[in-house]
Design a protein around this ligand. Structure first.
Ligand SMILES: [Zn+2]
Length: 113
């Protein structure tokens, strides 16, 4: 356990474990993956999946918190853009709700634990 990392990280692609975003984006881009054993983190490490969390309150790695915050903000913008597209898989209202969800997560990641 010499190289044991005490921090909890976020997975680099925060959308993968977010079911709502995953379904939305998969419906659009056709990409859904199974959860892997190890994952790339927002701070550039590769750690067991168990050492990551999608809950802002659980993530102790500062670089990952910043990464996740940026990812959630970007995702919120992407989803709002999707909702405004003709023939979108979701209405503007639904898109707004999901975007709000991600903005809220971004806010919690910026609270510093
Ligand atoms: Zn990290």
């Amino acid at each position: 356990m010499d190289d044991a990392d005490p921090h909890i990280h976020v997975e680099r692609s925060v959308t993968r474990y977010d079911a709502r975003a995953r379904n939305l984006l998969a419906g659009t881009f056709g990409r859904v993956g199974d959860l892997p054993e190890t994952v790339d983190t927002g701070c550039g490490l590769r750690v067991p999946y168990a050492m990551t969390s999608s809950r802002p309150e659980s993530v102790t790695c500062l670089a990952c918190r910043e990464h996740a915050r940026a990812q959630h903000l970007r995702l919120a913008e992407q989803i709002e853009r999707l909702g405004s597209m003709p023939g979108a898989a979701l209405t503007a209202d639904q898109a707004g709700q999901v975007a709000d969800h991600h903005r809220d997560l971004a806010r919690r990641f910026s609270d510093g634990g």
